[in-house]
Write a protein that binds this ligand. Structure first.
Ligand SMILES: Nc1ncnc2c1ncn2[C@@H]1O[C@H](COP(=O)(O)OP(=O)(O)OP(=O)(O)O)[C@@H](O)[C@H]1O
Length: 208
């Protein structure tokens, strides 16, 4: 279960961004909606352990994220939270499979080669395992980001506008992958989006 309470954040010279309390039960799937600039990416960064909020708490399975020392927090995030950013962040000098394997290594987990290949196959991109990021389209990179976020079987998968660069067919495939893979892995899912195609698939909404 994920719980945020009394959260607020102030960037240098910025206004105070305040976030309503939120409880996400195991395996629940949520949309995070709100107008541009209202703080969706900020909230996702806070929940995923990347940005310490000015006020409030984030509990993931009973662990209060921001009481952990930095190294423990990094490791906790690597094991429990999968993140898909607006733009894919892949290591250019590593091929696709090595990028997936790096996610496990960084979290101190063993590499599961078969699982990584089957994640790629599930997204229809098994043939790209040995390609380098520079050789791939935006849509292919986005699907690889989805696979990489699932490598460590996270409790929570967070996706920030995961379908914005995809055509209908690829968007549908990614939404299906996100919703079914998170269920199969017992993970909760948060998707921040403006994309109507995603809104049709997920019932619960947190509005900022
Ligand atoms: N690193 C930063 N430093 C200072 N201000 C920031 C920073 N990141 C975001 N902000 C400000 O905080 C507010 C919320 O930004 P955020 O990116 O979280 O909104 P958002 O809802 O995700 O927007 P969008 O839908 O356009 O991506 C905005 O006013 C933005 O300018």
């Amino acid at each position: 279960m994920i719980k945020i309470s009394s959260l607020a954040h102030v960037y240098d010279k910025g206004r105070r961004l305040k976030f309503p309390n939120w409880e996400i039960a195991d395996m629940e799937q949520w949309l995070l909606l709100g107008a541009s600039g209202c703080g969706k990416s900020t909230l996702l960064n806070i929940i995923s352990g990347l940005l310490k909020p000015t006020e409030g708490e984030v509990l993931i399975n009973g662990t209060d994220l921001y009481t952990l020392p930095a190294r423990k927090l990094d490791r906790f995030r690597g094991r429990h939270v999968g993140i898909i950013f607006q733009r894919p962040h892949l290591i250019r000098s590593l091929d696709v499979l090595d990028n997936l394997e790096l996610a496990a290594v960084m979290a101190g987990l063993p590499v599961d080669h078969e699982r990584n290949l089957s994640l790629l196959a599930g997204l229809g991109i098994a043939g790209l395992a040995k390609n380098y990021p520079d050789e791939l389209s935006q849509g292919q990179l986005q699907r690889i980001s989805v696979a990489r976020a699932l490598v460590n079987k996270p409790d929570l998968l967070i996706a920030d506008e995961p379908t914005s660069s995809l055509d209908d067919e690829n968007a549908n495939q990614v939404i299906r992958m996100l919703t079914t893979q998170t269920k199969d892995n017992g993970a909760a899912l948060i998707i921040a989006t403006h994309d109507q195609r995603v809104r049709e698939h997920i019932a619960k909404t947190y509005l900022l």
